[in-house]
Design a protein around this ligand. Sequence first.
Ligand code: HEC
Length: 382
Amino acid sequence: MPTTTYMVVDPRHDHGFRVPRPDRTVSLGTPNACNQCHTDKKPEWAAAAIKSWYPHPKPGYQTFAEAFALAGRGAPGALQALVAVAADRELSGFVRAGAIRRLGPYLSPATLPTIRTALGDADSQVRAAAVGVLPGADAGLRGQLLPGLLGDPVRQVRMDAARALAGEPESRLPPQERARFSSALDEYVAAERFNVDRPEGRASLGNLHAVQGRFDEAVAAFRGALALDPSFEQAALNLADLYRSRGLEGEADRTLREVLKRNPRSAPARFALGLSLTRQSRAAEALKELAEAAKLAPENTRFAYVHAVALNDAGRGGEARRELEGALKRQPYDREVLLALALFERDAGSRARALGHAQRLAELEPESPQVKQLVRELGGGP
Ligand code: HEC
């Protein structure tokens, strides 16, 4: 039986049995049991064999694969497919929680009813997933949706709700909810304190102090994480971001350069330094760092996007468009990249190409008035 490595070091035999679906290998590229043995055959061969054995398909329970595959690519229809999976009571809580988690990037009035329902689900995995997508929502929405979960019977749900309310929304809680908030947040802090022998535990406390505006404690927690493990970059990146939020750009700069001294190939540190240099009005140096970040992590379309914007600002529109086209090859449905490319092509006078990108954007966001307006402006609709 094949093994999967857990926790970086633990190879374990997997005892999960599923109906083999080589047809999905053909359509989605997922692995299947048949071709793990029949390595010399194509998935099409295995799919045809199954079809000849079972002329009436026995699809099993993994009916969510298409929705998750759409979500993985950010492709058109992903939102609707995920909403349908989340609402399907035939599916396990684990799967519905997976759909909710994937709705995170689509948080909007269209998905809010699904998240709201999930917060009241009988399965705690689903409630936890719904709480998990809300930290990125605006403070008003968090303050409205999360207090009801501060008394949840499951500790993980209570802790995550409190953590997502810490900072701005916390100050607006009415007195009776404040007490429940404090005790749930105490549980969270206790859990992280239990882990302060690990840099992750200290960095989590640093992030909590940072959103609560406790600057000195946050700095101490991040420094503590780095003292335990100087190669734990995330703590240094968060520390630099904390300095930025206080306008201490020199400190942010210094912190990031320390990371790069240890690891010159850290793309996130190059990227953050590029942004810091931009804020310091050192555009030429910034451009160099942003270029390096995009080169070190070509799979990161955000890095490519920001690099392209910087190139365009520097009057190097042709290179900017090439950078975006490269990113689009890897992520054909990246909204930021599509919009930037549509605008840059329009400004360069290539209206037909601009329209192509705008139309793909319209496929992804059929309801967006801005996108409709852009398509119209480029001559692609009424
Ligand atoms: C654990 C390894 C293993 C797995 C998993 C497995 N097979 Fe096989 N399969 C074999 C072996 C070994 C033979 C050869 C048996 C023999 O020659 O008597 C075989 C024979 C076959 C044959 C007949 C050989 C031929 O060329 O006509 C077909 C068809 C086949 N497998 C299809 C499948 C399909 C479809 C699946 C997935 C549902 C699958 N196998 C999963 C090991 C495996």
